[in-house]
Design a protein around this ligand. Structure first.
Ligand SMILES: Nc1ncnc2c1ncn2[C@@H]1O[C@H](COP(=O)(O)OP(=O)(O)OP(=O)(O)O)[C@@H](O)[C@H]1O
Ligand SMILES: [Mg+2]
Length: 274
């Protein structure tokens, strides 16, 4: 075991109801301080992987270590789950799963109170986090009545408020408008600079380009990593991205700071917009 490994997965598989295959024989090591982006198309198993890392599902097969401790059974062992959640936080893909209190303030205060923080520390941490995510004006609103992007930011706040050592983020920029998205990228980059370990599931290549220190690509049918490496290596491999259903061979963006346009090409047509 390497002491800098945050997670080590050995042959991890998961099937829903022993019927629907979601992960197959995954071997993966995630190191302290890295920003690992898990890229994969719909259904390749990204969300399932994050839930397993958060100790919510027990692998059907295989073994997982977190910080060198076996957490394979965390889903069935509340004490182990509590230990894990002191250090690891998950922002779900669907914010509704995460929001259940009468007000936004109470939802964001919930985790810190569970951890036993004194009330003044909780109040301050909640205020700072709401401010950072530009949602202070939502503090007294009911989470269920918020817009999709507002909910997403509240869900992010419920985890970021605890400043966990390891943050699992499932499609963190989905539903965010450009300003909220830029703010979030800035927050995540700052967490990375402060040494936090970030594990981000997405199928957005520009998010990976902006934040990743390493990328792992999950295959649509394989349900396990089919490629991994530094962002410049993975993101310049057009063949891989097309094969992995991360760009479409006929319709995709050609982007750079100077120039970007939507590009549609096939045998008979060459159209460009923008
Ligand atoms: N609760 C569930 N019950 C049954 N099957 C499920 C459930 N959740 C996910 N699956 C199946 O497991 C597989 C992996 O799903 P998962 O949600 O992990 O994919 P994903 O990579 O996160 O996809 P997306 O990009 O759409 O979020 C899919 O085939 C999916 O249909
Ligand atoms: Mg998902």
């Amino acid at each position: 075991m390497n002491s800098t490994a945050v997670f080590e997965l050995f042959g991890v598989s998961y099937s829903y109801q022993n019927r629907v295959l979601a992960l197959q024989d995954v071997d993966l090591t995630i190191r302290a301080g890295e920003t690992l982006v898990i890229l994969g198309p719909n259904g390749s198993g990204k969300s399932t992987l994050l839930k397993i890392l958060d100790g919510l599902y027990r692998p059907t097969r295989g073994r997982i270590l977190a910080f060198g401790h076996d957490i394979t059974a965390a889903a069935d062992d509340p004490e182990l789950g509590y230990w894990l959640h002191q250090r690891v936080g998950l922002v779900f893909q669907e914010p509704d799963v995460q929001l259940f209190s009468p007000t936004v303030f109470e939802d964001v205060a919930f985790g810190p109170l569970q951890l036993g923080w004194p009330s003044e520390r909780v109040r301050q941490a909640v205020a700072t986090t709401l401010d950072e995510l530009s949602i202070a004006h939502l503090a007294d609103r009911a989470p269920f009545e918020l817009s999709g992007g507002e909910k997403k930011r509240v869900a992010l706040a419920t985890v970021l408020v605890m400043d966990p050592e390891v943050i699992l983020l499932d499609e963190p920029t989905a539903n965010l408008d450009p300003r909220s998205r830029a703010q979030l990228l800035e927050i995540l980059a700052a967490l990375h600079r402060r040494g936090r370990t970030l594990i981000i599931a997405t199928h957005e290549l520009d998010l990976a380009a902006a934040l990743a220190s390493r990328i792992v690509v999950f295959g649509e049918r394989e349900h396990r990593p089919i490629a991994e490496g530094p962002p410049h290596h993975i993101l310049s491999d057009q063949q891989l991205l097309i094969a992995a259903n991360l760009v479409h061979e006929h319709l995709h963006w050609h982007g750079s700071l100077a120039h970007s346009h939507l590009h549609w090409h096939d045998a008979e047509h060459q159209h460009e917009h923008g």
